[in-house]
Design a protein around this ligand. Structure first.
Ligand code: 5GP
Length: 214
């Protein structure tokens, strides 16, 4: 696994009163959900809060409403957005996705890091509102692996697969917008999760990313 970003330096112990907004992005098929699951299984970070976002996308069979996403209709989504309840709202692969402002606020107010798994457009909007946000981009070992994963998971229609493959190239071009780039090597999801945890701990110790307002 490789990563780049500001180098570490000796710093004081982690400060739980130093909550950060952490964005994890990466193209469809790179394994973001599996990485989040691996992070959750590591289990010794009660100071991480995984924010459940909203989407108008149809629920997949394996997904649970309110856990995987808050699944909403386009009308409900528009109402949330118009009421200012979403920190960002973006169309991704033909569906709407948005980050509930309250979920992020509550996490930060409770001294937890708000972890957001959102796309490159959302990351850009959030970074503009919260410049201290920590941006982590997950890349595949190769574009071929990405396509194999997308096909193997069989969750998308042929049309969606095509859209997601096309968008992957666009998303990968945005990786320089991020503070850290982490490669998710084949069969090494635990190592990827460990690296992400390490980056978060390092940035927490630096103390310069405390998210103040959202
Ligand atoms: P999927 O449909 O595969 O669950 O997610 C498609 C993309 O939307 C992924 O890149 C995912 O990270 C992103 N995403 C999920 N929630 C949000 C959100 O609230 N806002 C934005 N901008 N992207 C999101």
């Amino acid at each position: 696994m490789s990563a780049h970003g500001p180098g570490g330096r000796t710093a004081p112990e982690a400060d739980p009163a130093n909550p950060m907004l952490v964005i994890i992005s990466g193209p469809s098929g790179v394994g973001k959900d599996t990485i989040i699951e691996a992070l959750q299984k590591r289990g010794h970070r009660p100071d991480y809060h995984y924010v459940v976002t909203c989407t108008t996308r149809a629920r997949r069979a394996s997904e649970i409403d309110g856990v995987s996403y808050n699944f909403v209709t386009p009308t409900e989504f528009a109402a949330l957005r118009d009421a200012g309840d979403l920190l960002e709202a973006n169309e991704v692969h033909g569906n709407w996705y948005g980050t509930p402002r309250d979920g992020v606020r509550a996490a930060l107010a409770g001294g937890q890091h708000a972890i957001l798994k959102i796309d490159v457009q959302g990351a850009r909007v959030v970074k503009a509102c919260v410049p201290e946000a920590l941006l982590i981009f997950v890349v595949p070992p190769s574009v071929e692996t990405l396509v194999e994963h997308l096909k193997a998971r069989r969750t998308e229609s042929a049309e969606q697969l095509e859209i997601r493959q096309r968008n992957a190239a666009i998303e990968l071009e945005r990786k320089d917008d991020y503070d850290f780039v982490v490669e998710n090597q084949e069969g090494r999801v635990d190592a990827t999760a460990a690296r992400i945890e390490e980056i978060i701990a390092q940035e927490e110790r630096r103390g310069s990313r405390r998210a103040v307002t959202v």
